[in-house]
Design a protein around this ligand. Structure first.
Ligand SMILES: [Zn+2]
Length: 552
């Protein structure tokens, strides 16, 4: 064997060295090949399915319909609703004229147009004089709304929860005191913003290094940089917490591209729905992994979920593909999923109106993210380009998933209604899991998402301040007896999520019994109440799933 690598003049020592190197190279290349296959495998399955369904199931029928309409001289109406109505605490306003002077910018108002936006109104006006805001709103109240004389009630919004209760007010006061005492703004700290600009520069250099120079080392450097920008910048800007200038927030919200998500769609998913209706049936985050896996008992058990503890590993590494391409395409085309029978984000009352208004913004971000694919194929060929994209997307997806999915998708965060006393603020705390809140490293690495409860109740405050505020927030929670949930470290944080996925692999025997009995018309409401678990939940703080089952 030695003779294969040595010339007659080489010393024996050199030959042995070469042989040792060769022996080392073999397992290394084996690990490399196996690793590449593992990373690429989900993409080899998901990408053809996505490409086929996008072309032939989503786009082709739509194009055919349009051509047919044009041939027949029919005009396909846009879904944009001409008149804008904003519903807050049961009262209706036309804020169209106010949009351009709104301090948070017109896009912020757009999110609440033609839907109930009580949750957005209450959670983003932490530092505002609410009496003054009520006076401004009164100027724009619609005549039919003014005619409503009766008291609408405290839980006068679709969350069914109460804002401005004693706990919520105390948390907001704590925040106001914190910034007044320090004399600083609640937007991003200047030194953090400087770091952001440096990270953006490095990400651009990294992408150029991969695409144009083929430096493989950047394949593992760019995804963490992309996540740092997503967690610390894009997420924060989408909460209008980065700058007091609306256009700066809009611009930096796009820093999640090209490796994480489409920011325009993110506003609909995260700001308008997830943050207001956390772990409620209207929280769109509960349905992201369908039909591969369910993350809530609100989704009925089906046979395919039996193996979701395994199949979820096809979905997790492709998360950013879903957020960057599948979601925008579904929203733009109004695609109805044949498996779930639902439209993407249909829980959002004004989703069609919003998408119609922001169509070009969604398309622009989609094209910018998508353009990375043909560029990679052009410079590195189909096979290498595909593998490198798979590494970039997989690594980015796993970082995204590890830092985000454990925050609410945990058994302990799923049934907080009784504890929450109908308080929206308490519910935000009880549906969130925090980890290592006293660690500066994890605060920076997670973009403050390790203090999820504090972020959820005060979403517009920059994550760069959360660590300073957390001890006082803890005191307020203790004062009101609200159980702040903390995980020891990021490993148990993520393990809790995976345990929940495994738990939901199993059928829900009691709930399925209710459904089966209902199907055969054997059970009436009083019979439903005889079931022990259901009886314990059959009070005013009812579980939404059981409520749904009873109504159905
Ligand atoms: Zn958020």
């Amino acid at each position: 064997m030695l003779s294969l690598f040595t010339s007659p003049g080489d010393s024996l020592a050199e030959s042995v060295q070469l042989d040792a190197w060769q022996a080392f190279q073999y397992p290394l290349s084996l690990v490399h090949t196996v690793g590449t296959l593992i990373v690429c495998f989900p993409y080899m399955i998901v990408t053809p399915i996505w490409a086929f369904s996008t072309l032939f199931i989503v786009l082709l029928p739509r194009v055919t319909n349009r051509l047919k309409a044009a041939w027949e001289g029919r005009r396909i109406p846009t879904s944009r609703i001409a008149k804008g109505v904003w519903t807050i605490h049961g009262r209706r306003y036309d804020l169209t004229e106010f949009a351009d002077t709104h301090p948070g910018g017109p896009w912020m108002l757009e999110l609440g147009r033609n839907r109930d936006c009580t949750g957005l109104f209450e959670s983003y006006h932490i530092f505002s004089d609410m009496t003054k805001l009520d006076r401004i709103l009164a100027r724009y109240e619609l005549p039919e709304s003014k005619a409503i004389k009766e008291n609408i009630g405290p839980a006068d919004n679709p969350t069914g929860l109460i804002f401005r209760d004693a706990f919520h007010e105390d948390v907001k006061k704590m925040a106001r005191d914190h910034f007044r005492e320090r004399g600083v703004s609640h937007k991003m700290k200047p030194w953090v913003f400087l770091c952001v600009l440096i990270v953006i520069a490095f990400e651009i250099i990294g992408l150029i290094g991969i695409v144009f120079y083929g430096y493989r080392v950047f394949l593992v450097i760019v995804p963490p940089l992309g996540w740092l920008l997503t967690g610390n910048v894009s997420h924060e800007a989408s909460h209008f917490g980065l700058s007091s200038r609306p256009w700066v927030n809009t611009l930096f919200a796009m820093s999640s591209a090209p490796l994480n998500f489409n920011s325009t769609c993110w506003y609909i998913q995260h700001i308008a729905q997830h943050h207001v209706y956390t772990n409620d049936e209207d929280d769109v985050d509960l349905y992201h992994f369908l039909p591969v896996a369910r993350t809530t008992r609100l989704s009925r058990w089906h046979k395919q979920f039996k193996l979701q503890w395994l199949s979820v590993w096809m979905a997790l590494p492709t998360t950013v593909l879903h957020l960057s391409f599948v979601v925008p395409m579904d929203l733009l085309t109004g695609y109805i999923d044949p498996v779930t029978g639902t439209k993407r984000y249909e829980q959002c009352g004004n989703v069609e109106d919003l998408v119609a208004g922001a169509r070009w913004s969604i398309i622009l971000e989609f094209v910018l993210s998508f353009s990375l694919m043909p560029i990679m194929f052009y410079y590195h060929g189909l096979v290498t380009g595909f593998c490198w994209l798979a590494v970039l997307y997989s690594f980015s997806s796993l970082l995204f998933v590890v830092f985000t999915q454990g925050a609410h998708l945990q058994e302990q965060c799923m049934s907080p209604l009784e504890e929450a006393d109908k308080s929206w603020g308490k519910r935000q705390v009880l549906t969130s899991l925090n980890f290592s809140p006293d660690s500066f490293f994890w605060s920076l690495a997670s973009g403050g998402l390790n203090m999820q409860a504090l972020h959820h109740i005060l979403p517009t405050i920059s994550s760069s301040h959360l660590m300073d505020m957390y001890p006082r927030f803890k005191e307020v929670c203790a004062k009101h007896n609200v159980g702040l949930k903390e995980s020891d470290d990021i490993f148990s944080f993520f393990k809790g999520f995976y345990d929940w996925i495994k738990e939901l692999s199993n059928e829900d025997p009691l709930l399925d019994k209710v459904d089966d009995d209902k199907a055969s018309n054997k059970v009436h409401d009083d019979k439903v109440n005889e079931l022990p678990m259901i009886e314990s939940l059959s009070n005013e703080n009812e579980d939404p799933l059981l409520d749904k089952l009873k109504k159905s």
